[in-house]
Design a protein. Sequence first.
Length: 266
Amino acid sequence: MNRSERLGRLVDIVIEKGSITIDEVVSELGISGATARRDLDALAKQQLITRTRGGARSNASTGDLPLRYRTSRQSNEKQALARVAVDMIRPGSTICLNGGTTITELALELGIRSDEDPAFKAQPVTVVTNAVNIANDLTVRANIRVVVTGGVARTRSYELVGPLASLILPNINIDTTFFGCDAVMLGEGYYTHNAEEAAINQTMIHRARRVVAVADHTKLGLSAFARICGFKEVDELLIGAGANENYYQQLKSSQIAYRVVDPTIK
C-alpha cells in the first residue's frame, strides 16, 4: 500500500469510526506510531480531519476527500462501470463529463477505446468537461476533441466551478451527460458535498438530450450537502453491485431506470 492509498484508507477509517487513536491507526494499517502521526498531521493540514491529543476525529470536510486519495477506492467496480458507460457512447457524439474518480475512470476507458476502435477515428468524440485532470488525460488522444469550461479549479476534485464555469454550456448541444455524485439519496435524488459543483452539474444535465448517472455501490443510501438533481431528470443510473439488497428494491419500486454493474462479470 503506497502513501496515497494509505491516506485514503485512513480517512475511510475516520469516517467509519468518527474518531481514532494513534494506537488504532498503527493496528489498522500496520505502520509505526511515527508514520501514523505524520499521516494524521498531513490530513489535518488539508482540513480533512481534526487532530486531537493522541489521535484525530472527523469534521465537516472529511467526506470531501481529495481526488488523489480516492482513486484506489472501489477501483475494480469503477472500472467496470466505466466500460459499461463507454459502450453507450457513439462515435461522433458530444458528451459531457463532470469530475470525480468514477467519471475519471470513464474518461480513461474512453481514451483507450477511441484509440482501438476505427469508428472513433472516422468520427471523433467531443468531450465537454469541467474537470482539468480529465481534460489533461484526453487532450493527448487524437480521436477526441476536448472542450473545457472556464472557472476556478477546486483542489479536492480538480473541477472548475463558479460563474465562469457555466458560461459556455448554454451555447452548445450535448448528446449525453455522464455525471458522478457523492450520494444517491433514495426518494430524493443525487447529491454532492459542494454547492458550486452541484450548480455546474445541474447545467450539464439541463443541456443534455440524455443523462446518465454513474455511481459505485457505496453511494447508495448516503446523504450529502448539495442536491444535483432528482431521479426524474436522469434517464439511467449505472450503479455498482454490492450494496444492501433493500436499496436496489427501493430503486425498483420507485420505477427508476437503473442497471446494476457487477465487476466480477466480464
